[in-house]
Each structure stands twice: as structure tokens, then as C-alpha cells.
Design a protein around this ligand. Structure first.
Ligand SMILES: Cc1cc2nc3c(=O)[nH]c(=O)nc-3n(C[C@H](O)[C@H](O)[C@H](O)COP(=O)(O)O)c2cc1C
Length: 385
């Protein structure tokens, strides 16, 4: 049982996270791109989905478990990859992985993590690895091979950032990558002494600000220094043949993240993917993207159960998990929700976030008269306006 931290929903954890973090770090975790309408659209679309509950179904025992890639999971939910979690909490990647393992749900390690794969893998549990391709493709292949050797069950290749996103706020707040304490952000950092001592201070004692930890030593740059040539993410030239090559090299489950178009979902099937993530990167890539819960039904129809369909972007409540499954998702990924918990209280905060999502999911199912996810489908949804 996670301590309640006086946080009774994800929004409470979010507020606590916002207060703890320097503004620049908070903005990196929270904000979208350009006019930030995509993030709001994701939420508004979830809110527009309504329920049409059944009554008198005997809901004393609710089973929230689901199959993910043929294995039982206590919830149809996994932690999305989130780079730079280490700036929100000391060794934040490990705290996320540990809380996920304790809750029995999969954790996706980001290729932009600030701890290397071995250090995170000690958390155990069900681990997945997310890839952005480095300019040096051989390097990408080496990191992927390492992820497999360390027991990662699935490789997620993220496709919705072919070019860097337009984060105008970074130009203003002085917290770009590489991360540096500079004239513009010193005051911000000093105003958050708990973060300064508990996160930055501990890294300083450890020998410095965390680096792009998945790079080999010869290329590893501190996050405060620029990345050397070849060690930058670059996939503006990636095409279906390139993705197929990655598929053929990876013996485990292979997932494409950032699919919104049903024809791309069909391509994913053709190259032999085991899953796709209907995602707009939480509104952090293309501001004008349609909401993921709106994109989901067409994608589900196109793949017709031939691969696993995950969805993310905007999930903040257990009821969102139920809506996603009702509309055909096999499971959801959550990005910011656990990050809020992480920034609020480390591993305990992530556990709290997962506990809240689970109890809300169970309560929603009981209210709907659905005793397990086999009973959750579109018949429990309203018809819309
Ligand atoms: C701070 C932060 C860092 C992220 N880093 C990555 C990443 O390294 N790789 C990736 O594929 N997606 C990354 N994402 C996107 C998430 O995997 C996920 O698609 C998104 O957060 C889902 O939306 P949500 O935050 O509303 O749950 C990141 C998201 C956030 C908030």
C-alpha cells in the first residue's frame, strides 16, 4: 500500500511536482509545443467519451488484470519511456523502474535516459526498451543488442519525432539540452532548495550532472556539455525499410510508437510488428495532431486484432484506462502521470500514482457493472452528442 502523501489523484501529484521543481525542469516535463493546443485536445477528447453503465451485475470482485503480449498484467497499463527522468529525481529512471516492478506493470526504458541500461535493469520486473536512432546507426544497433541481452522483452521504436520539436519555452527559460546552470536559470534553481540539494546536489557529489547514459564511454557527454558527432538522435531519413531492418534484428516483441494513421498501422503489420502505440507524444511533437482516443477506433479497425494496440497521451484517470480499452486498446501507456509522482516523492510517488490509477480503474469498472476487462466494450459507452 503506497503512503497517501496527501495526494488523492494525479492532479494532486502534479501540483506537488510543480512546486518542487525549478520552473525550467517543470516546463520540460509538462509542456507541449507551439501553442500547446494538442495537449488540451488529448484531454478534452477523453472527457468527451461518456459511459453508459449497467446495473445489478454483482460487482464485489473486480479483476483489473489484462493480457499484455500473452502475459498477465495486474492492469492494462505500462510506463511510457520518458527521457531525462533523472532531472526530476535523483536516479529517477531507477525509481520509476522499481515502482513499476513493485506494481507488476512493464516499464519502458528511454534511450534518452540518464542512467544506463544495466543500472536500470537491476530493478527487475518487466522491462521494455525505447529507441530513438542515433546518427551513428551502428551505435544504435549496439545499444539495442545490449537491451536484449539485459532481458528487455520489447523494443519500441518512436516514429513521431522525425525532426526536433518546436519547444519555444526552452529558448526562454535557459534550460535547454545540454543542461547548464547559467545566468538565466540560477535564480530559478536557488528558489527550489529541495531540488537543488536532493537532486542536483547529489549528482554533484556523485561526480556530475547525469549524461546521455546509453552512449558508450567514448561518446558520453555530460548533459551539461554538447553531444559529440554521431551521438545525436537523428532519424529524419528513417523509412519503412529501415524500420524493417530493426524488426529483423530484434528477436523480441517489436512495437512502433507514434502511429495515428490507419494506413501506417497496416504498414506496421506488413513489416511484422507485434504492436503499435497510438500516440502523439503527449502533445510534445506535432501540436495540431488529432487526439489519440479519437484516432484509436480507425487504427483498431485497420489492424483487426492482428497486433497489440497501445495508446497514450492524456491518460490521467483510471476512467481513461477503461475508455481506452472499451474503444479497442489492449493497454495504455502513461508518461506524465508517473513523472508527477516521481517529482513529488520519488519511488513512493510513482507507486502512489500507479495505486491511484489502479483503484480508479477498479471503481470505474464496478460502476459500469464490468467485472473484468472481457466485459468492457463499446456497449458501455455513450453515443456522443
Ligand atoms: C518528460 C517527457 C519525456 C519523454 N521522453 C520520451 C522519450 O525519451 N522517448 C519517447 O518515445 N517518448 C518520450 N516521451 C513521450 C512519452 O513516452 C508518452 O508518449 C507521452 O508522455 C504520453 O502522454 P502523457 O504524458 O500525457 O501520458 C516523453 C514524455 C515526457 C512527458
Amino acid at each position: 500500500m503506497s503512503p497517501d502523501l496527501r495526494c488523492y489523484n494525479i492532479a494532486d501529484l502534479r501540483e506537488r511536482a510543480r512546486r518542487r521543481l525549478p520552473r525550467g525542469i517543470w516546463e520540460y516535463a509538462e509542456r507541449g509545443v507551439e501553442d500547446e493546443v494538442g495537449m488540451a485536445r488529448n484531454r478534452a477528447a477523453f472527457e468527451r467519451v461518456t459511459f453508459r453503465p449497467r446495473v445489478l451485475r454483482g460487482v464485489q470482485a473486480i479483476d483489473t488484470s489484462a493480457q499484455i503480449f500473452g502475459k498477465r498484467s495486474p492492469l492494462p497499463l505500462a510506463l511510457a519511456p520518458t527521457g531525462a527522468a533523472g532531472l526530476l529525481w535523483y536516479k529517477g529512471d531507477l525509481a520509476l523502474a522499481r515502482a513499476a516492478a513493485a506494481a507488476g506493470v512493464p516499464f519502458t526504458i528511454s534511450s534518452a535516459s540518464t542512467m544506463d541500461l544495466e543500472q536500470i535493469a537491476v530493478a527487475g520486473g518487466r522491462l521494455w526498451f525505447q529507441l530513438y536512432l542515433w546518427e551513428d546507426r551502428a551505435l544504435s544497433h549496439a545499444v539495442v543488442a545490449k537491451a536484449y541481452d539485459l532481458g528487455c522483452e520489447a523494443l519500441f521504436v518512436t516514429l513521431d519525432m522525425p525532426v526536433p520539436p518546436n519547444r519555444e519555452y526552452i529558448l526562454r527559460n535557459g534550460f535547454g539540452t545540454p543542461f547548464r546552470i547559467n545566468a538565466r536559470n540560477t535564480l530559478d534553481v536557488l528558489r527550489h532548495p529541495r531540488w537543488l540539494a536532493g537532486v542536483m546536489g547529489r549528482y554533484m557529489l556523485d561526480g556530475g550532472v547525469p549524461s546521455q547514459a546509453n552512449l558508450p564511454d567514448r561518446l558520453r557527454a555530460k548533459v551539461t556539455k554538447g553531444a559529440p558527432p554521431g551521438a545525436l538522435f537523428k532519424q529524419d531519413d528513417l523509412d519503412w525499410d529501415g524500420v524493417k531492418e530493426l524488426r529483423d534484428r530484434w528477436p523480441g516483441k517489436f512495437v512502433l510508437k507514434g502511429i495515428l494513421h490507419p494506413e501506417d498501422a497496416e504498414h506496421a503489420l506488413e513489416i511484422g510488428a507485434d504492436g503499435i502505440v497510438v500516440s502523439n507524444h503527449g502533445g510534445r511533437a506535432l501540436d495540431g495532431s488529432l487526439a489519440t482516443i479519437e484516432a484509436l477506433p480507425d487504427v483498431v479497425q485497420a489492424v483487426g486484432g492482428r497486433l497489440s494496440v497501445f495508446i497514450d497521451s492524456g491518460i490521467r484517470r483510471g476512467s481513461d484506462v477503461v475508455k481506452a480499452v472499451a474503444l479497442g486498446a489492449d493497454a495504455v501507456l502513461v508518461g506524465r502521470a508517473p513523472l508527477y509522482g516521481l517529482a513529488a516523492a520519488g519511488e513512493a510517488g510513482v507507486s502512489r500514482a500507479l495505486h491511484l490509477l489502479k483503484t480508479e480503474t477498479a471503481r470505474t469498472m464496478a460502476m459500469l457493472g464490468a467485472r473484468n476487462f472481457g466485459e468492457v466494450d463499446t456497449s458501455l459507452l455513450g453515443r456522443g452528442p
